[in-house]
Design a protein around this ligand. Structure first.
Ligand SMILES: [Zn+2]
Length: 397
C-alpha cells in the first residue's frame, strides 16, 4: 500500500537557497499555467489539455521535466475537482485562479536518485542547453521501501515528503456488520454497530490543542491589527502566527491518527464490513462561546467552522485509508434530522446537553443517539430504536 512520510534533511546553504528557488519557480509555473489556460480558453473557446500544457511549458524552466509536469497536473486535477463539485451544485466553487508565490516542487521516479546513508539526489532540468547541477540532500533515515515520489514542502521549515509503497496487500474481508459514525461534535466520535455495540471516543488532547490554538491566534490577531501592515513587527507576528498554525495542525493530525486507529480496531473486533458516516454541511454544533462579545464570537465561529471542516475532512481521509487496508468500506450518507428526531415517537427537538431526552421516555447519549438514527435510516429507511448495550469510552490523552 502507498504510504507517506515527512523528513527533515541536511543540505549546504547553497543547496537550501536553490531549493527555495525551486518552490518559487514552481509557483511561477503554476501562475503561467493559469495564464496559459485563460488565453487558450479565450482563443479556442475550449479548455486547454495536458498535451497543450506540455508543449507550452516544455524546456521553459530549469526544473526537471517531470517536476514541471507535476505542477500542471495539479492544475488539471484542481480544475477537474472544481468541475465535479460544480456539477453537484456547489456553484460557488471556482476553477483554479489564485496566483501562488510558492508551490511544492515534486520529483517523480526519474527525477531523483537514492544513495546509501540517506543521500538523495534531486535532478534538475536542461536550461540554455545545459543540464543543471542536481541538488544533494541528506536525511537521517529512509523508509526501507522503494520511494515513488519526493515533494519539497514547507512545514515550519523545508522538509521532504516521501511517498513509498510498503508492499503490504489489502487484507481479506471477514466482516458482516454495518457500523455508523456520528461526527457531530468533532473532538469526539460516536459509533454504533448492528451487533448492538457502541463506542465513544473523546479526544481530550484535541480539545485542549484547539483551545490553546484559538487563544494564541486571537492574541496574535489583536497584536497584528495594532501594527502597520508589512512593518517589521507585523512580519514578526505573522511569522509567529504561521508557526502556531502549523504546529497545532501537526498536533491535531496526530490526535486524529490515534482516534482513527482506535476506531478501526473496534471495527475489526466487531466484524464490521462497512462504515457509514453522517454528512452534514454545518458539522459544527454548540461551539460559539456565548460569553464573548458578538464580533469576537463571529470571528471565533468562522475560525472554528473552518477548522472543523478541515478536521472532518482529515479524519474521513484517515479512516478511509486505514479501513481500506482492512477491506472495510466507508461512505457518507445524508444526516438530515438524525440528531433531532426521536426514534420511538418521531417527535423532533433540538438537543441540548449530553443526553437526548424525549417526552415519550426515550433517552440516549446525544452522539450515540445520532449514530443510531444514521444506522437505522440507512438500513430500514426509517429511524428505529435499538439497545446499545456496551459503550466504550476512551480518552485520547
Ligand atoms: Zn419520543
Amino acid at each position: 500500500m502507498s504510504k507517506a512520510c515527512k523528513l527533515e534533511f541536511r543540505a549546504s546553504k547553497e543547496t537550501r537557497e536553490r531549493l527555495f528557488a525551486c518552490n518559487r519557480l514552481s509557483g511561477q509555473i503554476w501562475n503561467d499555467t493559469l495564464a496559459l489556460a485563460k488565453n487558450y480558453h479565450q482563443e479556442h473557446g475550449q479548455w486547454i489539455d495536458k498535451k497543450q500544457l506540455h508543449l507550452a511549458t516544455k524546456g521553459q524552466y530549469p526544473l526537471h521535466s517531470q517536476s514541471i509536469q507535476a505542477v500542471y497536473e495539479r492544475y488539471l486535477q484542481a480544475r477537474e475537482n472544481a468541475l465535479k463539485a460544480r456539477a453537484k451544485g456547489y456553484t460557488a466553487i471556482r476553477y483554479p485562479w489564485r496566483q501562488k508565490k510558492n508551490f511544492n516542487t515534486r520529483w517523480k521516479k526519474d527525477g531523483f536518485k537514492i544513495y546509501p546513508h540517506g543521500k538523495i539526489e534531486l535532478s534538475m532540468g536542461i536550461w540554455q542547453g545545459q543540464r543543471q547541477k542536481p541538488l544533494v540532500v541528506k536525511v537521517k533515515k529512509l523508509p526501507p521501501y522503494p520511494i515513488k515520489e519526493i515533494e519539497l514542502i514547507w512545514d515550519r521549515k523545508l522538509k521532504l515528503a516521501l511517498t513509498y509503497d510498503d508492499g503490504l496487500e489489502v487484507k481479506e474481508a471477514t466482516g458482516v456488520n454495518t457500523a455508523s459514525i456520528d461526527l457531530g461534535e468533532i473532538h469526539a466520535i460516536a459509533a454504533v454497530c448492528e451487533n448492538n455495540q457502541g463506542l465513544i471516543i473523546t479526544g481530550r488532547q484535541l480539545r485542549s490543542t484547539k483551545r490553546l490554538r484559538n487563544k494564541k491566534i486571537q492574541e496574535l490577531q489583536e497584536k497584528i491589527s495594532r501594527c502597520q501592515k508589512h512593518s517589521r513587527q507585523w512580519k514578526k507576528y505573522r511569522k509567529a502566527m504561521n508557526y502556531v498554525l502549523s504546529k497545532s495542525e501537526a498536533q491535531l493530525k496526530d490526535g486524529l491518527h490515534k482516534i482513527s486507529r482506535f476506531f478501526v480496531n473496534w471495527c475489526i473486533n466487531n466484524q464490521v464490513k462497512e462504515v457509514i458516516v453522517g454528512d452534514v454541511e454545518g458539522v459544527q454544533r454548540n461551539t460559539a462561546n456565548k460569553k464573548t462579545n458578538p464580533r469576537q464570537k463571529r470571528r471565533n465561529r468562522k475560525q472554528n467552522q473552518k477548522l472543523s471542516q478541515w478536521q472532518f475532512g482529515k479524519l474521513y481521509k484517515y479512516l478511509e485509508y486505514k479501513l481500506g487496508a482492512e477491506n472495510i468500506t466507508i461512505r457518507k450518507v445524508n444526516e438530515a434530522y438524525t440528531s433531532q428526531t426521536c426514534p420511538v415517537c418521531g417527535r423532533k427537538k433540538k438537543v441540548s446537553g449530553r443526553v437526548y431526552r424525549c417526552y415519550c421516555g426515550y433517552s440516549e447519549h446525544r452522539d450515540i443517539h445520532g449514530a443510531k438514527n444514521i444506522l437505522t435510516k440507512e438500513k430500514h429507511g426509517e429511524f428505529r430504536d435499538f439497545v446499545v448495550n456496551k459503550i466504550k469510552y476512551l480518552r485520547i490523552a
